[in-house]
Each structure stands twice: as C-alpha cells, then as structure tokens.
Design a protein around this ligand. Sequence first.
Ligand code: DOR
Length: 452
Amino acid sequence: MPDLHGQDLLLSGRQIWLDGALRSAELEVRAGRVIRVGRPGEGAATDLPRLELKDLWVLPGMVDTQVHFREPGFPEKEDLESGSRAAVAGGMTAFLEMPNTKPLTITAEALADKVTRATARCWCDFGFFMGASPENVEQLPELERLPGCCGVKIFMGSSTGALLLPDDDGLRRALARGVSRVSVHAEDEPRLKALKATHPEADHPRWHPVLRDPECARLAVARLLAASEETGRPVHILHMNSAEEMDLLRALPAGVLGGRVTAELTPQHLLLAAPDCYEKLGSRVVMNPPIREERHRAALWQALQAGLIHVLGSDHAPHTRTQKGVPYPGAPSGMPGTETLLPLLLDQVLQGAISLERLVAVLAEGPARAFGMEGKGRIEPGARGDFTVLDPAAEWIVDDGGLQSRCGWSPFHGRRLRGRVSRTIIRGRVVYAEGALLGPPRGRALEFAHAR
Ligand code: DOR
C-alpha cells in the first residue's frame, strides 16, 4: 500500500457510516490509514490523539470530480490554493481538475507542472485530467498513466477554452487505446454551430437552452455510447442535463450502466430551472451544457432517486463578477460550486428528497469506483483516513461574503440550508473545522487504478 504521509488518530462517534448505515464505532487511524474499526472504548489504552465526534455524521471522504481551478492561466478567477480551500470548506477531501487551463493540460509537461503547483499548496488531495486534442490523441495511453493523472477528458462540443474533438473519427481514436475511464462533455458540435447560426437574434441568457438544445445533448450522448460500445472503452458522461439523455441511460443493456458507462449530474441542473433562473440571475447561471426547463429537472431527479446516476460533481467553473456582467452572449459560461456541492445535497437529504445512502453513493463511493481512487469511497480497515463530518442539526444561509472561492459569488446566495460541513479530515489530519482552515496545506496526488 502506498505511503500516505498521514497522521495517527483515534476517532469515535455514534453516527459513523459503516456498511451502509450510521453506527456507533471507533476508528483507529495510523499514518493516515484506517487500521481498525472497533466498538467505542476498545482503544481506551492507546496513546493516539483522540477526536470524539458524538452525534455528528462521519462519512467517507467526499470527492468533487469536476472542477476548473484555473491555474495556470486565469488567476483573477481562481487558483489551485483558493479553489482547494473552497473544496475543503465544502467537505471535499479531494478534487479532480479539468484541462482547459492556459496552457491546456495536453502534454506530460503541463500535467507535471500542475502536480508541482498543487503539491503542498492545495488543501486537499487531487488528480488532473489530461485533455484529448487532435495533437495528443495518439499519446493518450501513455499520458493517462502519468503520476497525478485521473484520466482523459474529451470536449465533444466547444465550451470555455479551445479543447475539442468534434467528430466521430477523433472520438473513436481517443477511446480506442488506453484503459482509464474517459470523461466526456457531450454536446454535439455541428448542431451547436447550426443553432448559433440560425439564431443571430439571441440576446438574453434565456436563449441559452435554445442555442444548446436537448437535441445537442441527446445526439452527442448517442454518438458517445456507440463509440464506447464499439471500442469497449469505459466512459463517464459529465453534467447530464436533459430528459432525453436519461431515456438513453434507461435503454442501455443490463450491466452496462454503472459498468462501462457511468453518469454524472450537477446540483445546479437539479436545483435551478429555466426560464426563472435566467430571469433572476441572468448570465451568472449560463453554463455549458445549459440549465433547462422543469421537465428536464424532474427527469434528472427521477434518475438520481432510481440509482441511474453514479456521481455528482460541481462543475465548479468560476468567472469574476465583471466577466459575468457582459451582456449575453459575451459573458463566459460557468458558475462556481465546489463549496456548495455537498451542502446543497445534504439539505436535500434532510428535506427527505434523497436518502443519505444516495448522497454517500454519488459523492464518495461512486467517484472512487468510477475513477479507481486507491483507498477512497468506504470507511473500512485499509482505507484512507479521509472523512467528511457533517452537523445535521445546523442551519445556515449561503452568503457570497462567506465563500472561500476567489470569484466571491454563488448562484445560491441567500439560500437557507439545513445541515452543515463540520470538519474535513484528510489522511488522519483535520484540515477544516467549524469554519477554520488548519494549515499548512499538505495536498498530494491521489493514486489511480489505471496507472498501476
Ligand atoms: O459552462 C462551462 N464552463 N462549461 C464548460 O464546459 C467549461 C466551463 C469553464 O471552464 O468555464
């Protein structure tokens, strides 16, 4: 087992997530790894530092699988330090970061540069995606195995930045060789272009789901599923957003969904809906793929509740207020979210919309399984000592002024939430407790199964 450079800890509580339920237990963590799960009081004689968490919920360390932390290239929006600070304040023990930085993460040098920048400067652990581009498509099988690389990312439709594989030939070449699960932004580029050309009058954010309509998403997902079947390559479909895509997931043969194909949603697609969100929040809630009407939102909820969805990711894509203030379609797409990903979901659990089991499935177990993260996803002997600790009795209001992300705003500003992140514990160390970061930052690259 890899050395975790972690700490010793004796953690006990009455609500620890073990084998699918909250139970009374005591966890012995040595050098950052759980070595014993026992009954409370069993380790009374040990000399370990103790943490008694009473009735707080102790869950497996959560991971945000989709963030844009903008370093290198766009420090006015975010950087690896500020983005990871936001992540741990949101209860995340690790993040997977996207390649549309400047330079793009499409070479071994660019990936190594990110790992160097992030090590001991990030507040949590990390992995970086290798972007697929026409220039590097043949080297992807070697590139994906580099230390700190969590897999390959494909943009089928253009979004923020220049990364793109718009046609089936490029898509198949990227999927054909290599073993990691490939994460895909699935919007059909030819249809995006055609819609843009036919609607020159689009001058308000309410046009966004028209210019990137459900057919853009359906077409791309259908093409991706065909290419995955043909090549046998596991794929992960990011930020799914439409009822039609959920129908495609339901139609997959038994065993494929959750195996070769995994699916991800964002909280913003579950909690915001057109046209209201565009009328109230304008360009702030413009993202790719777009927030759609209520019927899509309802279909996403049904899919989540039915267990068709494996991961929830924030698609944390911060832009400054000034950048977002440019009239449509001039403002960049994307909104921040790593800090509110878990709080928004926890609130839904406490309101009874989803079970705690589903929350753990999509924020801890699902990410660990989909991306092959060593030691993550479950609390058990041998696992990493990574825990997300929640206070289900707290209440708070999301406030732009209290956020860690450099962009300093959230589309959920003003929303009252039940439950709160109490502590974030990484490799046996409390990194965040009741609003305070406990430094110094010690983030390290995660280990991924595809590189072994
Ligand atoms: O809205 C988006 N913003 N979608 C993406 O695919 C990229 C992201 C960004 O980087 O800003």
